[in-house]
Design a protein around this ligand. Structure first.
Ligand code: COA
Length: 261
């Protein structure tokens, strides 16, 4: 059992919860947190026990306030920086996860904190959430996928507006522009995200994985190739035992019992 210091990790009945756990600095990300996130997502990606992943921040005030700015004061050599990125890019490990990843966002999600949420598949925010790619105010640019994921989610104009101004926007605006998928009262974020995670986790495991693969990989493909991918994955799903179980359960008017085969 791995012991983590900057994050917490729990696995309960197929649902993995990762909590960024530095509440005294609004869960700012230091090297230890990046290392632990890389490790935990690398392990989750090859786990059959994890059906859905929930990412959240400790405490009530922040999802994450982004990179630990105290680490910015020492200027690392370029070689050190490149090596650090190669070893510690947890978002690449997240991209390799076939399981759906849900972000539960309370309070601040700035810089790398918002980029973490962008690397998740679905974002549930509290009405107290404040979100922004604020790097420009520190004379840097988003370096954790923000310049690529934000325009893919919001379109070029809205993404550039946020990145070039460093604007910190509220939950309602985030919902309106499609930056988050749901907004709930702040105190209900964890409950709402858990409910969503449990709903998803109750579905047939292989169908879940293929559905995510079809959407996520398909978005990077020309339409004809994406349709081909969808067709191939649909055909593969016809060979699962769960597909037969789903049809039987419907006809016998009972709940399906998925085996993941
Ligand atoms: N890195 C390091 N420490 C951070 C941090 C960060 N990204 N964000 C907050 N903290 C620390 C503060 O320095 C403070 O530490 P202290 O108690 O030792 O002084 C503590 O967390 C509490 O933050 P504070 O600023 O006092 O709380 P607040 O509620 O007034 O403001 C924020 C919270 C998040 C609005 C503000 O801290 C902020 O703007 N942080 C920077 C966000 C950012 O630009 N992130 C992108 C980095 S690339």
């Amino acid at each position: 059992m791995t012991t983590y210091t900057a994050i917490r990790y729990e696995l309960d009945d197929g649902l993995a919860t990762i909590t960024m756990n530095r509440p005294d600095v609004h869960n700012a990300m230091n090297d230890a947190m990046r290392r632990e996130l890389t490790q935990v997502f690398t392990e989750i990606a090859v786990s059959d026990d994890v059906r859905v992943v929930l990412v959240t921040g400790a405490g009530e005030r922040a999802f994450s306030a982004g990179a630990d700015i105290r680490e910015f004061v020492d200027v690392p050599s370029l070689a050190h920086y490149r090596e650090q990125r190669r070893r510690l890019d947890f978002r690449q490990a997240m991209d390799r996860c076939p399981q759906p990843i849900i972000a539960a966002i309370r309070g601040y999600a700035f810089g790398g904190g918002l980029e973490m949420a962008l690397a998740c598949d679905i974002r549930v925010a509290g009405d107290d959430a404040k979100l922004g790619l604020t790097e420009i105010d520190l004379a840097i640019i988003p370096g954790g996928g923000g310049t690529q994921r934000l325009p893919r989610l919001l379109g070029r104009g809205k993404a550039l507006e946020m990145i070039l101004t460093g604007a910190r926007i509220g939950a309602d605006e985030a919902l309106r522009i499609g930056l988050v998928e749901r907004v709930v009262p702040a105190g209900d974020v964890q409950k709402a995200a858990l409910e969503l995670a449990r709903t998803i986790a109750s579905k047939a495991p292989i169908a879940l994985r293929y559905a995510k693969e079809a959407v996520v990989k398909g978005l990077e493909l020309p339409l004809a190739d994406g349709l081909r991918l969808e067709g191939d994955l649909s055909a593969l799903l016809r060979s699962t035992e769960d597909r037969v179980e789903g049809a039987r359960a419907f006809l016998e008017k009972r709940k399906p019992r998925w085996t993941g085969r």
